[in-house]
Design a protein around this ligand. Structure first.
Ligand SMILES: [Zn+2]
Length: 247
């Protein structure tokens, strides 16, 4: 994987970092990251991945842009209303960096397509909006031994966790065995736009940490951020011997 003179110039402010360097840039360029859901989390996440120079980015969503998305889904504007999110996002990401490969999937993640979808990516970022999909993504990233970086938002709170399934680790189902009866999502409960930006950006940050092998201390932890109190809380996750994934 070579870095051209122009790329060196574009990424100079990160390459100059001792812990990053040209080697770090090459690692990003050869990485394949999948973004599930192009909503409030997927928008900032994919913009940062493209800006950083991640070589292959997959984006997945089957929704069209609506007026009520525009307060937080920052890749879209009023001219995009009614268009498919992945089509708009693909074009805009290409404007940031035309050298990267964007694979767009106009589908809703389900049990029939998940296996094939995640197969060709190294890191899977989940920004979908419901527990059912989050558990499905957890089970299959575990099965295929991928790195999963998952975030969710509700109200003024957001949480993020990472599982490196190449190692023995708890999984999301250890923490949440089944879909809760009272499931909330931002469609029903509302969400403050900035929390989606913060959590999506933290996902991008954790992608970099994973690719560059930085020890971010995210192993076996869930981090919760509240945008009013401006504090981070950490919940330790442990293996549940009754987990259906046999963790
Ligand atoms: Zn488990």
């Amino acid at each position: 994987m070579k870095i051209s003179g122009k790329e060196y110039q574009r990424f100079s402010k990160q390459i100059i970092l001792k812990k990053f360097g040209v080697i770090g840039q090459k690692k990003l360029k050869s990485s394949k990251v999948l973004v599930l859901g192009m909503g409030g989390l997927g928008c900032p996440l994919s913009i940062y991945l493209a800006s950083l120079g991640v070589g292959t980015i997959g984006i997945v969503d089957n929704d069209k842009v609506e007026l009520s998305n525009l307060n937080r889904q920052i890749i879209y504007n009023v001219k995009d209303i009614g268009k498919y999110k992945v089509n708009v996002a693909k074009n805009k990401i290409k404007l940031i960096n035309k050298k990267i490969v964007i694979k767009s999937y106009k589908i809703r993640v389900n049990k029939n397509n998940i296996e094939k979808l995640i197969k060709n990516f190294d890191i899977i970022c989940d920004g979908t909006d419901n527990f059912e999909t989050r558990l499905l993504v957890n089970d299959h990233t575990l099965k295929q031994k991928k790195v999963l970086i998952s975030a969710a938002v509700s109200g003024f709170d957001g949480h993020i966790f990472k599982f490196n399934f190449k190692k023995r680790t708890p999984c999301y189902r250890c923490f949440l065995p089944e879909v809760p009866e009272q499931s909330n999502n931002c469609e029903a409960d509302g969400v403050i736009p900035t929390i989606t930006g913060i959590m999506g950006t933290l996902q991008a940050n954790e992608v970099v940490n994973s690719i560059l092998n930085f020890n971010s201390n995210m192993e076996k932890k869930m981090i919760i951020f509240n945008s009013i109190k401006m504090n981070f809380r950490t919940i330790n996750l442990s293996r549940n011997k009754n987990c259906s994934n046999k963790c």
